[in-house]
Design a protein around this ligand. Structure first.
Ligand SMILES: Cc1ncc(COP(=O)(O)O)c(C=O)c1O
Length: 388
């Protein structure tokens, strides 16, 4: 029986050969020139000025959270986080002492609920909004930008599930001060493990480059480095071991960047196929949730459905070797780690629904129409729709 995995391996023989040749040349394997090139090409692809390659999407999120603080980009440490998101979308803000508030999700695309966001803004005047583009879908950017103007918060985007998705020819991951992407094995493209922070802000870029590696200035643009050396009166000898920011070590290597450069060549094709697969699924399974986010390109990560008898359906699909998952965190406020930190969380009705009934199906770029028909047929033979 054929297995229908959630993720497929995007690293092909050609990519491994490029990597083998890189190794044969005994090139310097640490973070160096190839990483720079990958960062440049990725920025060009995304439509962002600068990017910082790190060892995972989770590190990218933590790097953004720390850069916002070290660079004093926020008016306060109150952050609004999406209830339907990922553990490492929200954890950095708990770890770094932000005051975290969960926002309910929208019924059309599982991004932020604008109505709930506005209520939170009125009551708490947050300094930061974190957006997650869920399973390839986007958010209501126009209305969010209006709220940003009104309440003066910063925005960052976790785009780890939506690489390639675009809204009116603008790529998701370019709507805020910075964004994260993930290149985990089986994601849209992969560097085995890997992630990227992208931004148009020079200062954000330079500070995040420092925080990526210990907090030193070596990886910053020369002008930024010089300014710091002048400010703190650091001579040439001391400069190598002077730490200006409270840093981490999130570096990846040129080995991973070599793979990244090869993978990047395929992203447009992969996104288009994922888009096509999404609409083919939608034709088959619209009764299980009529989802939409008005995107011009939907580089889908998984096909989301809502099912009354979810556990039964999930088990049946598993018996047919069709992998399936809950819709990411479900309601974050119900996750054990969240409950340990926050004891009096108010109900989030839409996220509660997602938590109870959400299930997503494989949609990767190696699936054919026949595969999708087969998966849809197995799914429909048992799944009872429930209206969201
Ligand atoms: C929304 C979201 N953010 C962050 C991550 C973490 O990415 P990584 O696995 O590269 O650490 C994931 C993982 O899939 C995710 O779905």
């Amino acid at each position: 029986m054929k297995t229908y995995k959630l993720a497929h391996n995007t690293i092909e023989d050609r990519d491994w050969n490029v990597l083998i040749n890189f190794l044969k040349r005994r090139s310097y394997p640490n973070q160096a020139k190839v990483t720079r090139k990958f960062e440049e090409k990725f920025s060009y692809f995304l439509g962002s000025k600068k990017s910082v390659f790190v060892n995972s999407g989770s590190s990218a999120n933590l790097l953004m959270a720390q850069t916002l603080l070290e660079g004093k980009f926020l008016k306060n440490k109150i952050v609004v986080l999406p209830s339907v998101s990922w553990s490492t979308t929200v954890s950095p803000f708990i770890q770094l002492g932000y005051k975290a508030i969960l926002c309910d999700c929208d019924k059309k695309h599982l991004g932020i609920s604008i109505e709930h966001l506005e209520k939170i803004c009125k009551k708490y005047k947050p300094g930061l909004l974190v957006l997650v583009n869920v399973l390839g879908h986007g958010n209501d950017y126009k209305r969010i930008i209006n709220l940003k103007r009104k309440y003066k918060f910063q925005i960052i985007e976790d785009n780890c599930e939506s690489l390639g998705s675009s809204y009116k020819s603008k790529k998701l991951g370019t709507f805020g001060l910075a964004s994260s992407n993930s290149f985990y094995f089986g994601h849209h493209i992969s560097t085995i493990e890997g992630g990227m922070v992208s931004t148009n802000d020079k200062s954000f870029y330079n500070i995040s480059r420092a925080i990526r590696a210990h907090g030193w200035a070596r990886d910053m643009d020369k002008a930024f480095k010089k300014k710091l050396e002048k400010k703190y009166k650091i001579d040439e000898f001391k400069s190598l071991y002077t730490f200006y920011y409270s840093g981490f070590n999130f570096r990846s290597t040129d080995l991973n960047a070599t793979l990244g450069l090869e993978q990047l060549k395929k992203i447009n094709k992969i996104s288009k196929t994922r888009h096509k697969n999404f609409y083919y699924y939608k034709k088959n399974l619209n009764d299980y949730w009529s989802q939409s986010s008005g995107l011009t390109l939907l580089s889908s990560f998984g096909y989301a459905t809502f099912v009354k008898n979810r556990l039964e359906v999930s088990k049946y699909l598993k018996s047919k070797k069709i992998e399936n998952r809950p819709i990411i965190s479900g309601d974050m406020s119900q996750q054990p780690f969240w409950k340990k930190h926050f004891t009096n969380q108010k109900k989030l009705p839409n996220a509660t629904f997602v938590d109870r009934y959400g299930l997503y199906l494989p949609i990767h770029a190696n699936l054919t129409k026949l595969d999708i028909d087969y998966i849809s047929k197995c799914f429909k033979s048992l799944a009872k729709p429930i209206f969201f």
